[in-house]
Design a protein around this ligand. Structure first.
Ligand code: NAD
Length: 481
């Protein structure tokens, strides 16, 4: 696939003249080029967005909504092509891209196409003062959206949809590791009738293209999803420029499993929450804590189930675990595995820990799903985000111990609690440091709810009206009569 930038509804080769190789994780081969855009490309995208803003920001809500619903429909109509591209670019099982990634990208546009019709200004009557205040929500102008590789179109559209629904124009950059579906989205928005310049997509790496978006003096808000270190770097650049910032960052999510839970449902879900998308979902539960009474039973059943997960080529329907996203990422995960192997007193590898060779695709980036028993939550593998098919397990004594373990990291994105005790549920959900807590379920999403993390997992919330609030600036008007 030949990927180009999408600026002013035109496909463009990069002004930088630079290109990057695009790899297919399943085979480890280069299968295309992507632009490595620089500040000239970002400036061109910005100019297109700025020129489109006066018209788009005053386009009626009905018209904006209609276009967004058309985009949603077109994504659905092109599900096969988009899912195939996503799976090829990322290494995720094709069935997963068809069932989750692409339908969710369509839902993002449909959700915000509808939500904007329900988003309203507020008014406050100052009783006894002959005064009324009303608060307008004005689009910000040109905004930047930067997304990661793990759920490429899903997370790209999760930012773009509320931004354009609210009347902004966008300069967006997908991950350079997974550019394909963002490129295809350009064709779709044009076909849906989105006016030129409303969405501009520039490709390239973080240091040149991403940095140019963040540092651009007139791009007034940055919505970023990615690693915590990158988020901190972005904040260092953008905060002194007084940009609005939404940062969705890394996680090290706990799974707290109590003896009174619905065991079978918990076991099925925990296998999924550990290894879905090769463990490369920011919401995956990577630290599993199990109440002592059922620890040995869980350990045996869980490890048996994980051993049965088939690692294979993403296109095969029997594949449960595909390829991880890149050679560099596989090496990073393997460094953690090597560290665990070198410290047998702290780590016991219960299953996995090695590369997998898939017939005919020997150079693909495959890894065994891995379960490691740890004796302390303070260890490296429990404190650092691995973001691959690796989970740790350890027992806990009681509720207080479970809470201490859950909160014992610098991250606070999500947590999953397995219990049928209502009082415990109420107590624990109050105390867990996380932006999202699931009880007896996982990755159960209602797009109206706030999404985001606390501590080093980020600043701000996406989802529902929260994202529309982020992508608008409130202006209060106070009238005395
Ligand atoms: P990353 O931080 O390396 O890259 C994310 C994006 O930022 C990419 O598009 C990259 O090109 C860009 N980027 C890199 N350096 C930049 C810079 N200096 N300026 C501007 N942009 C820059 O993250 P990744 O490896 O692509 O994704 C994995 C990470 O994302 C994990 O830490 C994961 O937890 C996190 N994540 C978080 C959420 C969430 O909702 N909290 C969701 C998915 C992934």
């Amino acid at each position: 696939m030949e990927i180009k930038n999408f600026i002013n509804n035109q496909e463009m080769i990069p002004l930088s003249g630079m290109w990057l190789d695009n790899y297919e994780p399943a085979s480890g081969t280069v299968y295309g080029d992507i632009p490595n855009s620089n500040e000239d490309d970002v400036e061109k995208a910005y100019q297109a967005a700025a020129a489109a803003f006066p018209s788009w920001s005053t386009t009626t809500i009905d018209e904006r909504s209609k276009i967004m619903l058309r985009i949603a429909d077109l994504i659905e109509e092109n599900l096969e092509e988009l899912a195939t591209a996503e799976s090829r670019d990322n290494g995720k099982p094709l069935w997963l891209a068809k069932a989750v990634d692409i339908p969710r990208a369509s839902s993002n546009f449909r959700f915000y196409g509808n939500a904007i019709t329900q988003y309203a200004s507020k008014s406050h009557e100052s009783v006894g003062k002959n005064t009324i205040n009303y608060t307008l929500r004005k689009p910000i102008g040109v905004v930047g959206c930067i997304s990661p590789w793990n759920l490429p179109l899903y997370l790209f559209s999760w930012k773009i949809a509320p931004a354009i629904a609210a009347g902004n124009c966008v300069v967006a950059k997908p991950s350079e590791v997974t550019p394909a579906t963002a490129y295809l989205l350009g064709k779709i928005v044009k076909k849906a009738g989105l006016p030129a310049g409303v969405l501009n997509i520039v490709h390239g790496n973080g240091a040149s293209c991403g940095q140019a978006i963040v540092a651009h003096p007139h791009i007034k808000a940055i919505s970023f999803t990615g690693g915590t270190t990158t988020g901190a770097h972005i904040a260092r650049t953008a905060a002194p420029m007084f940009k609005k910032l939404s940062l969705e960052l890394g996680g090290k999510n706990p799974n707290l499993i109590f003896a009174d839970c619905d065991y079978d449902k918990m076991l099925d879900t925990t296998v999924r929450s550990s290894f879905a998308n090769q463990g490369q979902i920011c919401l995956c539960g990577s630290r599993i804590f199990v109440q002592q009474e059922i620890y040995e039973r869980f350990k045996k059943d869980f490890v048996d189930r994980v051993k049965d997960l088939r690692v294979g080529h993403p296109e095969q329907s029997s594949t449960k675990v595909g390829a991880v996203v890149s050679a560099i990422h596989r090496e990073k995960i393997e460094e953690y595995l090597a560290f665990a192997k070198a410290e047998p007193k702290s780590y016991t590898i219960l299953t996995g820990g090695n590369r997998v060779t898939v017939a005919n695709f020997e150079n693909g980036y495959y890894l065994e799903p891995t379960v490691i028993e740890v004796s302390s939550n303070d260890c490296k593998l429990n404190q650092e985000e691995i973001f691959g098919p690796v989970v740790t397990i350890m027992p806990f004594k009681d509720e207080a111990h479970a809470l201490e373990l859950a909160n014992g990291t610098k991250y606070g994105l999500s947590a999953t609690l397995w219990t049928n005790d209502l009082s415990r549920t109420m107590r624990m959900t109050q105390e867990i440091d996380a932006g999202i807590v699931w009880v007896n379920t996982w990755l159960n999403r209602d797009l109206r709810t706030p999404f985001g993390g606390v501590k080093d997992s980020g600043v701000g919330r996406e989802g529902g009206f929260e994202a529309l609030d982020f992508f608008t600036e409130p202006k209060n008007v106070c009238i005395e009569y």
